[in-house]
Design a protein around this ligand. Structure first.
Ligand code: ZN
Ligand code: ZN
Length: 352
């Protein structure tokens, strides 16, 4: 799990999003890690749908210019004082957030809602070097197993989100699950459900290429969302009763409406993809009540989800690496986003 400790270079590159659509690689002098902090050399940063959205139109919570990228793995360059679990040369993987551990939500086991959980997110992984703050080092940083590729290790954050949703959904092996959305998140859900032995997982999505990837990765059935009979095909699942569980992964209100319409009587819907601000969902109260629906809206993840995601990656229980199906250099970052926009990759590994 140890590599030779990378040298601390005097200058390091970091991708900054200057304004929507414009990225600049800027040189910066890497900071020395303070107490509890780690300075790591990034070995892989993964593109994420959030980054693509931010690239296109900015982000409601982040002021531009901003350093971005939050899915990563790397090698410790220097550990700050008081860090006992990691030393220079250790290969590490981390989630970009960690809860405070003492607030109301943390005390109620809902660390995903802690103000620190998302409010103090590590950004700037599209860079040579990255500083991990003490709260992240203390709670959500792990040694990377030597046989786990850096690309797969960098999936810790998205897989933690998926694991959290999965815990809330309480899927069972005997069930039929329909996933709406064939992007990286939809397929991570599929891989997890199949690894857990769930009987039938159908992926509903747009684009022949994505559906092909879904089938290759092990979806039992793929359904083209644009097909005229898509709704019929979903309704026929589960001996004609419809899916027991529908997981919405498009983050569009149309997807949320579809998920609600397709689930069987007595079934559960997981609204996984966050929708644009200001959008609303209308729910037919009669359907909700008399069809006994359960609606679940998971957000973010808790340390226990990160731990489980880590175990899944470390044990190579899912073929998670298949999700990363493109590789580019840090100085090609702008092209990464145009490639994602064209749907030519699920996730791209950005290598400094
Ligand atoms: Zn992400
Ligand atoms: Zn808290």
């Amino acid at each position: 799990m140890s590599s030779a400790a990378p040298n601390i270079t005097t200058q390091s590159r970091q991708a900054m999003l200057i304004e929507p659509g414009r990225i600049e690689l800027r040189e910066f002098t890497p900071p020395r890690p303070g107490p509890g902090e780690l300075l790591i050399a990034v070995r892989c940063a993964l593109s994420c749908g959030t980054d693509l959205k931010t690239f296109r139109r900015g982000h409601p919570l982040w002021k531009l210019p901003i350093a971005f990228g939050h899915e990563f793995s790397g090698v410790v360059v220097e550990a700050g004082s008081g860090v006992t679990s990691f030393k220079a040369g250790d290969e590490v993987m981390a989630a970009p957030t960690a809860p405070c551990g003492i607030c109301f939500y943390c005390q109620h086991g809902q660390e995903n809602l802690c103000a620190d959980a998302v409010g103090r997110m590590v950004l700037g992984a599209y860079a040579d070097l990255l500083l991990l703050p003490a709260h992240v080092v203390a709670r959500n940083t792990f040694l990377k197993p030597a046989n786990l590729p850096f690309e797969e290790a960098a999936l810790l954050e998205p897989l933690s989100c998926v694991v959290h949703a999965n815990e809330m959904a309480r899927s069972e092996k005997s069930e039929t699950v329909a996933i709406i959305g064939a992007g990286a998140f939809g397929l991570l859900h599929m891989l997890l459900l199949k690894a857990m032995g769930v009987r039938e997982v159908a992926v509903v999505g747009h684009g022949a290429q994505r559906l092909k990837w879904a089938a290759e990765m092990g979806a039992d059935r793929v359904i083209d969302a644009r097909a005229a009979d898509a709704a019929d095909q979903i309704a026929k699942l589960n001996s004609g009763f419809g899916p027991d569980l529908v997981i919405e992964c498009t983050g569009q209100v149309e997807g949320w409406n579809d998920a609600l319409a397709r689930v069987r009587r007595g079934g559960r819907v997981v609204f996984f993809g966050g929708c644009p601000p200001g959008t609303e969902l209308r729910v037919d109260t009669r359907r909700m009540h008399y069809d006994n629906l359960t609606l679940i809206a998971p957000f973010h993840f808790r340390p226990r989800d990160v731990r489980r995601a880590y175990d899944l990656l470390a044990s190579r229980a899912l073929n998670a690496g298949a999700i990363v199906n493109a590789r580019m250099r840090l100085d090609e970052l702008a092209e990464v986003f145009s490639m994602l926009e064209r749907g030519a990759a699920l996730k791209c590994a950005v290598i400094p």
